[in-house]
Design a protein around this ligand. Structure first.
Ligand SMILES: C[S@@+](CC[C@H](N)C(=O)[O-])C[C@H]1O[C@@H](n2cnc3c(N)ncnc32)[C@H](O)[C@@H]1O
Length: 249
């Protein structure tokens, strides 16, 4: 009897469970902290807001967001972390026991396990290019975002940063490689407004003895960091979903 082939989400779950088992969840904090902190300044999360961290991994960014929405007298905000890897979710829950305003949910961007018109802000760090069907993920994001909600997608792998293309072949799951212009087009096609892109350089110092398996050389890694990640920003229009033409999965 032949094994049934894995669905794209099952494959992602398997691969990222392996990452979690190898301690990559925590290591990613070091790799993504600088660009995520710069992004958080632009998100300007306010106390009381409802925030989604999509592809939350081990939850370090979710916890940073939870502190921001929980501050002060209006601080009854809530952060939801969603990830396709149940092992990442397990680790995130384990390390977030002190937080009363975080909920981690195992699920996929392809069918976000949450209600319509809910989130004021969405952050997704280094995750969007893995989604098997990015168009469906955008439809789902549009659905769960509140009217005038703001979307922030931060990715290190995109066509315009040629250095990032060096690691595509090293990944064990398929990824999308689109350009900034293509992503902007895609967001507009999905009815998002105020669509903008920015480059977020990574200013973390690279030690001279740093060993990289992902880049051909240390100079390429430094050039990759200088060129920076792509931050996509967009708003949901001031309307409640379902809007005409939008399917709910
Ligand atoms: C490179 S890691 C980044 C994790 C975290 N955002 C961070 O910066 O540490 C990518 C994450 O996206 C998650 N992911 C991949 N595909 C997904 C999908 N379809 N739905 C939800 N999460 C997904 C993976 O399980 C993994 O935890």
């Amino acid at each position: 009897m032949t094994d049934k082939p894995l669905t794209p989400d099952e494959r992602l779950k398997q691969e990222f469970n392996r990452w979690a088992d190898e301690g990559e969840g925590e290591k990613m904090e070091r790799h993504h902290l600088d660009i995520t902190e710069k992004t958080m300044r632009l998100i300007a999360v306010r106390p009381g807001e409802r925030v989604l961290d999509l592809g939350c991994g081990s939850g370090w960014a979710t916890r940073l967001l939870a502190r921001m929405v929980g501050e002060g007298p209006e601080g009854f905000g809530q952060v939801v972390g969603v990830d396709v890897s149940d092992e990442m979710i397990r680790q995130a829950r384990e390390t977030s026991k002190d937080f009363e305003n975080i909920l981690y949910v195992w699920g996929s961007a392809q069918q976000i396990p949450w209600e319509e018109n809910y989130f004021d802000k969405v952050l997704s760090v280094e995750s969007f290019y893995y989604y098997a069907d990015q168009e469906r993920a955008l439809t789902e994001l549009f659905r769960v975002m509140a009217p005038r909600g703001r979307l922030f997608i931060l990715i290190n792998l995109y066509k315009d940063n040629v250095y990032s293309l060096q690691w595509v072949d090293k990944l064990k799951v398929p990824v999308h490689v689109r350009s900034e212009a293509e992503y902007i087009e895609l967001l507009k096609k999905h009815a998002f407004e105020n669509v903008e892109a920015r480059r977020i350089p990574d200013d973390t110092p690279t030690p001279d003895d740093y060993k990289t398996k992902s880049f051909h050389s240390l100079d390429d890694l430094k050039a990759f960091k200088r060129m920076g990640a792509l931050l996509l920003m967009a708003s949901k229009p001031d309307l409640r979903t379902p809007a005409p033409g939008y399917s709910i999965y």
